[in-house]
Design a protein around this ligand. Sequence first.
Ligand code: ATP
Ligand code: MG
Length: 743
Amino acid sequence: MDTILDGLNSAQRSAVTSSAPILQVLAPPGSGKTKTLTARVAYLLAHDGYQPQDVICCTFTIKASREMRERLAKLIGERLESRLILGTFHSICRRYLVKYGYLIGLKKGFGIADSDDTRSIIKRILKRLNSGMEVRAAQGRISRHKAHGLSPSEVAAQAKAEDQELVDIYRAYESALAASNLLDYDDLLLRCGDLLRQHPQCVSNVQAVLVDEFQDTNVIQYDLMNLFASKNRRITIVGDPDQSIYGFRSAEIQNLNRMQQRYANTSVVLLEDNYRSSASILNSAQEVIEQDTSRPAKKLQATHCYGTLPVLRKLPTANAEAQWLVLEIKRCAAMTGGLLRMSDFAVLLRTAALSTRIETAFGRAGIPYQMVGGRKFFDRAEVKILLNYLRVVSHTEHVDALLGIINTPSRRIGEETVKQLTSGAEKANIPLWTFIKDVIQGHRSTGKKLQSTTERGLCALVKLIEAAKEKLQGCNDASAPQVLLEFITERLSFQEWLTQEYPLDEDTRWANVKELMGQASEVAATCQDGDKEEDLPEIEGVKQQQTHAGEEALSQFLANVALATEMTKDEDEEGQQAQEKVTISTIHAAKGLEWPVVFVPAVYDGSIPHSRAEVVDEERRLLYVAMTRAQALLYLSLPLRQPRFGEGEDTTTSLTPFLSGKVTKTHFRPTGPRLQEKVVYGIADILRRVHPAAEAMFKALGSLPSTLDDQWTPDGEEIKDAVTKWDNSLAVNNRGEPYPKRQ
Ligand code: ATP
Ligand code: MG
């Protein structure tokens, strides 16, 4: 097991070992905030005698919590790690609501409305109310009110007359959620807040609360943090105001000051050394962020060599840009002789929509990639259908899930019938599912007699769902999601149905179904290995809701799907396959992560800053976050013509608004770097701590200086000699496969 303070500098150590009850670690990107936070968790357990089940640790994304769990498993061992209450705010809140939601009147077995559900609910409401409001606008406005903790009546109280329409929509939306026993993302946080305010004893065991990426918490999350910590008042947060990029989702950068005002004894530790990027990358990133004159001046201190200048490349068109990306990735991989692998490259985008062109180019060129930050996998029709079946089995009140499967595969239930059924259920004020059952049992009617084929269809649906529910009852362990998927696909003859419905690509679709089953079986496997989050600890005097293990596994599986907006099919693949892919991600989903080589395409005015963006400063910070993900090579690029609007308008680079025309040759080079030995050594030097190939190279180059800077100019013979040694040492990689030869 690693030792907790190993490999930390003195500022990081002082943060990790600080005895201050309220601690803020504020520091620029790549300075080891997340590393420090992780070490502090381990330190609190080892030195303050805290039990892991009494420590709450909040991360920003599911991916980040997984990484933190992995790092912690190494520091404290898997047994302790699995008992920590560690996850995103949303997932932690869900766990509390499952166990204690009954105390505030939550119905058992609630589901989570993901953004698709939310959209279709609002769509229905807008139609019913004859409203001309855009779905997205309504969705955004409701969510903003919720993020500020305002109920429909509170909005009504302060609303101007013209907002009355929104109040009506908001109210209808809330009742629709309640009728389906659903909580949306905001509700998970809000209701957990209600719970902890009314029943603080639920968190009376909590000794310490830690929060990563604090600059992106909203007011509700900030309240939750304080509620979690209400007993022992020990809080550690890490963050960087310069990386605040979720203002559009009501994140409040002011939370930092709020916290200092609320807790007079707040200690602040600053970290200054950057361990991620080369000095030249830091310089240009610094240049971008410094244009925001409202921020206090801060210096990023590089610990790495100068490296090579970032590239700013202009291409004639967006297609040419995608093509250039392909060539540049291939060139870097080949010229660094196996040092850089496909998984060392990332392409970071302002919006997910920009990915299509790049994905096509990668597909044609055979460059393997994984897409992060989209919901593509779970959005595929065949996957969605099966998930909807699971959601209905998990809780039958879920109207949208039920509507998604009522006639899929076809049961000859026409649209007209569906309309009659839904409006019948609404009038009777009971769930659609109950209404349908009543109708086929003859207790209720839609007003019109059903055709016998329709009736048979409805009976078949009810029978299938009831049978699946029974199956679930009989399966009191974590294998439930997998067992149910197998049961449902078999009963529906799903594979045959796919063949009929999609004769052209049935194979791919069936492969997706298999993949979904694989993910479900992983839930079961991890639970059996004991490598799973354990239940919340029992607290004396507060009863926990008893859960059926199978039901909880199913609901956990569905919650993971609903909350995993940044998770993709590939992310769960273990091993080499997933490792050998270029990452394509939105900048938002790349928060906290790092790659040796980063491309940021489409850096033109209108794309970033985005034409719809309200706050230019936030867009600048977004570019800053993207640039500071890079360790060794950074590429910004743009097409000279905008891809849309026919011929396309001319573009100007994002750097013009961000740098007020200050772009100079000292910050960027116009073409890709010449990957001569010196540059390759520079890359290897930066990567040596993390990259087995880089370490091997330096071993082979034993005689060379340990840190390289721009001044270092070995003579030709020295380089030749070193490269030969290096080539020989890297003839095979650590998996025993030959590296591609240098060209
Ligand atoms: P971000 O703001 O982007 O989230 P961060 O401040 O959380 O960045 P980390 O991700 O914790 O930074 O660390 C960045 C990189 O630097 C990681 O690869 C980490 O392992 C490395 N690192 C951090 N501290 C040290 C150190 N003292 N010595 C060597 N490497 C370090
Ligand atoms: Mg971090």
